[in-house]
Design a protein. Structure first.
Length: 144
């Protein structure tokens, strides 16, 4: 079983809505922790240090000849479920990690759970690179 580790940051607002940030996808928990340590020093993140989560995902090995433990490619493809909720704002959920875009789209076509109005998106992510390199400013939902 080959596993990648998604480092995310969730910021919950008082009105029940939340903000989701994908910091990156890493080949080991240690690399995710190193990225978290760097990101936690940035504006916004340092004000909400409890929002970090490392979520492991087993990578789908669908190609012939691949075995668990072989090296991962430079990119993996994440399948996201995105739902626009009038009360909670945008809700994002990572459903899986795949070695190819085709495998991600096949999983999206097979996905049957969740609200029918949710959008499914397959996105490439460079492994072991932070995708979020800046801090953030908190804007409360009523201020938008």
């Amino acid at each position: 079983m080959t596993v990648v580790h998604a480092l995310i940051h969730l910021h919950d607002f008082d009105d029940g809505s939340a903000d989701f940030k994908l910091i990156g996808v890493f080949s080991s928990r240690d690399r995710a922790a190193q990225a978290q340590a760097v990101t936690a020093e940035l504006p916004g993140f340092r004000d909400f240090p409890g929002g970090f989560q490392v979520v492991p995902f087993e990578v789908d090995h669908g190609r012939a000849g691949e075995r668990a433990g072989e090296s991962l490619p430079a990119d993996v493809y994440l399948l996201f479920r995105i739902l626009e909720d009038p009360d909670r704002g945008e809700e994002v959920l990572i459903l899986g990690a795949f070695l190819s875009e085709e495998q991600g789209h096949a999983a999206a076509r097979a996905y049957r759970e969740g609200p029918p109005e949710a959008e499914l998106e397959v996105s490439p992510v460079s492994l072991d690179e932070r995708t979020w390199g800046d801090g953030f400013v908190t804007v409360e939902p009523d201020e938008q």
